[in-house]
Design a protein around this ligand. Structure first.
Ligand SMILES: [Ca+2]
Length: 606
């Protein structure tokens, strides 16, 4: 028993130390990640590193202050921001870093079918820095109003025409105040000839709608395109299937996320968040409703014939009710085996007239009728199994069969479930190139939100994914770097997590607290014994010779204490040397080295 206790003690101490060491190493992890990010994602030449300072003095001051704070924020790494420049051909690129909306047009119209007080597109837009994890010099477009309609749009450098080149659309969104109910999607406005950005509203024809949207607990990443029916020229919205990942974290963590849509001339599409693919599919197969209608449809003029037999099974016409089948046999019958309990009082009534009752004095027999005493339970029955006429209890009738029904057999005339015949769909067409959508020539945001301060930045429209990727590493990559550097350590994260989910404390206590607690529980009595032993070395030596019962040990403790002073310091040294030599020997001697472990733990804590 003593031996087991010692090992348990050591195991607990060891597990506690491992847990502490693991926590310590995890705490170092964010720094390591940050450094990796720094090296990989900055990717900027020294010559390129210039701080873009805002033009007016106020902004300049702000940028300077933030810049001074930045080394601390980024763990000592100096992050220098330069407005990104597209590294290839683009249709549109916008950083907002010049602080103006000069190329953007705010809508001056009203939303159709909306209440008068909110119909106007009067939601405010602003160009400003992120509220948290600022990158000095980096500005973005911010939706500023709650519960208002916002609409703003900008013309592309040149219209995008869907031919043989892919379409890559990318931008950043940060729900700085979270998102209650609202969208952060963009619309690529169709090149309709009469496109007027001042009149941009919810019905303005668009070619593609793409981006995050959220209401209630429904987190969406829209990719909708408007397809023109080549026969009747009707336009219909086609919705891509839902993303394969849980989107909630992207919309609620108040970080800047990067949304990318890639459409290819082979009709494949891909969606990325933070450069990780979250959905892919085909415009021909993975959108609802499908681009191409079915070749055949049910004939609307066909109807089921009256004599169509859809019964797969029918009652067996050959079956005959067996002669001994008694449909009238009752469900329950009296139990013929029941016996009247002994002592049953056949001639006593269950209730009798109350003998103590008296006719009230004011009883008027003419008015009230003849007086009768009230009925009470018969006292004679209280001690008997029963009174009055004994009846047999009812049981299930073993002869009961109920109504006879013939068994079901396969219907020889079964014709299957009726379906209308198919005819060629008069509206059938086959568009094998849904990628070739209506050209677009403006990018617009037409949004309603119950939460303000939605931040947008770094819109880019190009045909080259690598251009968008490079653009992202020069812009969003820096935002990510700063945000990562400002991440709380693992300890703080655990505390934050526990604030939201108090049950996590149970896990923490089990993983760290319990081993420590048990270690103290198991080891404490030994420590106390060790401490009040005057000559530890002699004591260890003595205990080596013990076979192990605690009672014996306690009994002999007094003797040890009286013997101990007789030992010389040299004796003790000699014994200690012996102990050191023997320390790696048997488990017993290992157990006896507990003070060493205590000493080690003590110095670790210090
Ligand atoms: Ca920017």
């Amino acid at each position: 028993m003593k031996l087991d206790g010692g090992w348990v003690c050591r195991a607990l101490l060891l597990s506690s130390l491992v847990a502490m060491a693991a926590a310590a190493s995890m705490e170092e992890q964010p720094d390591a990640d940050m450094l990796d990010l720094d090296d990989e994602e900055l990717g900027l030449d020294e010559e390129e590193m210039q701080v873009l300072m805002a033009e007016d003095e106020e902004e300049e001051d702000e940028a300077t202050v933030t810049d001074e704070e930045l080394p601390e924020e980024t763990g000592g790494k100096d992050v220098t921001y330069k407005t990104p420049v597209p590294t290839g051909d683009v249709y549109f690129a916008e950083t907002f870093d010049d602080g103006s909306l000069s190329r953007w047009q705010q809508s001056k119209t009203v939303k159709e079918d909306a209440d008068d007080d909110i119909a106007k597109y009067d939601g405010k837009w602003s160009v400003e820095q992120l509220k948290e994890n600022k990158v000095p010099g980096d500005l973005g477009l911010v939706l500023k109003s709650r519960a208002k309609h916002h609409a703003i749009a900008a013309l592309l450098d040149k219209p995008f025409v869907f031919q043989d080149e892919p379409l890559v659309v990318q931008y950043e969104v940060n729900f700085q105040d979270g998102i209650d109910c609202g969208g952060a999607y963009i619309k690529l406005l169709s090149d309709s000839g009469n496109l007027n950005l001042e009149q941009f509203h919810d019905r303005t024809p668009y070619t593609i709608m793409f981006g995050p949207d959220k209401c209630g607990e429904d987190y969406k990443l829209h990719f909708i395109f408007r397809h023109r029916n080549p026969l009747n020229k009707d336009v219909e919205e086609k919705h891509a299937k839902r993303a394969d990942v849980d989107l909630k974290k992207f919309y609620t963590d108040k970080k800047t996320h990067l949304y990318t849509l890639v459409l290819n001339p082979d009709n494949s599409y891909e969606m990325f968040i933070d450069q990780s693919q979250v959905s892919r599919g085909s415009l021909l197969e993975d959108v609802v409703p499908p681009v191409n209608p079915p070749k055949e449809i049910d004939d609307p003029n066909d109807s089921k014939p009256e004599d169509w037999d859809e019964r797969a099974k029918i009652p067996d016409p050959e079956a005959v009710k067996p002669d001994d089948w008694d449909e009238d046999a009752p469900v329950k019958v009296e139990d013929p085996d029941a016996l009247k309990p002994e002592g049953w009082l056949d001639y006593e009534s269950e209730f009798i007239s109350d003998p103590s009752a008296e006719k009230p004095e004011d009883w008027d027999e003419e008015m009230d009728g003849e007086w009768e005493a009230p009925q009470i339970p018969n006292p004679a029955c209280e001690t008997a199994p029963g009174c009055g006429l004994w009846k047999r209890p009812m049981i299930n009738n073993p002869l009961y069969k109920g109504k006879w029904k013939p068994a079901l057999v396969d219907n020889p005339n079964y014709q299957g479930v009726w379906k209308p015949r198919k005819i060629i769909n008069p509206e059938y067409f086959e568009d094998l190139q849904p990628f070739r959508m209506t050209p677009f020539r403006a990018l617009g945001l037409e949004l309603w939100s119950m939460t303000s301060d939605i931040y947008f930045d770094n819109f880019i429209i190009t045909s080259h994914k690598e251009v968008a990727d490079r653009w992202a590493s020069d812009s969003w990559g820096l935002k990510k770097l700063v945000a990562s550097a400002n991440e709380p350590g693992i300890f703080a994260q655990l505390m934050i997590a526990a604030e939201e989910r108090p049950w996590l404390w149970v896990i923490y206590i089990l993983t760290v607290g319990l081993p420590v607690g048990l270690a103290v529980l198991f080891c404490w009595p030994k420590v106390r014994t060790d401490r009040h032993t005057a000559a530890p070395a002699g004591h260890w030596k003595h205990r080596d010779n013990l076979e192990g019962e605690e009672e014996e040990e306690e009994e002999e403790e007094g003797e040890e204490e009286s013997k101990a002073p007789e030992r010389t310091s040299e004796d003790q040294v000699g014994v200690e040397e012996e102990e050191d030599t023997a320390e790696l020997g048997s488990p017993q001697t290992l157990m006896d080295a507990t003070p060493l472990i205590h000493s080690f733990t003590h110095s670790f804590i210090l």
